[in-house]
Structures are given as C-alpha cells and as structure tokens.
Design a protein around this ligand. Structure first.
Ligand SMILES: [Zn+2]
Length: 96
C-alpha cells in the first residue's frame, strides 16, 4: 500500500512528474479489462483498510496537498484489484 517504502521510488520527485488524473488512470484500467467496483471476492476488512488509508492520505499534487482521497476500486480477472486514490479537489490520482 505504501509506495514510499519502495527503493525504486526513493528519487521520485512529484514536482518533475506530470501527475495523472483520475480520467487518465480510469481509461487505462478500462482498456486493460478492469471494471469499476469492489471485487466480490475482496474481504470487507481489506476494503475498509484501504478506505481508511485513503482518508488519511494527502494529495500527491504538491500544489494541492488536500487531505483525504476518494476510494475507487476496480476489479479485473482473475482476482485482480486496483485502487485509485482520487483527490476530490484537483482530480489528481494514484493507482495502488
Ligand atoms: Zn489534489
């Protein structure tokens, strides 16, 4: 869940990266065969943990930094699950 612990992301500087928007990520997921919605096999516990994390997460857009991202789940086959964290203020988004 926390991509900051990934050593490959250690040098990642949000100021120099064009942040994807919700619309961009959603269309990428839909082209990859994902559908919007929480997968039926996902436990309620896992869903609630993800929702909790996103509520505490700050927007990756440094010009925004809104606290509290919206939770949008996408389900793929077989048993694939992607969460989009979407900023309600600026529409920046991150996929997990
Ligand atoms: Zn934002």
């Amino acid at each position: 869940m926390n991509t900051n612990t990934d050593p490959n992301n250690a040098d990642r500087n949000p100021d120099t990266i064009a942040l994807p928007t919700f619309a961009m990520l959603a269309s990428q997921l839909e082209q990859a065969g994902f559908v919007a919605g929480v997968p039926a096999w996902l436990s309620k516990y896992a869903e609630s943990v993800d929702r909790f994390c996103l509520r505490r997460m700050k927007c990756p857009n440094r010009a925004c930094r809104h606290k509290g991202m919206e939770y949008l789940a996408y389900a793929g086959t077989p048993r694939r699950y992607v969460v989009l964290a979407v900023c309600p203020r600026c529409q920046s988004a991150e996929a997990f």
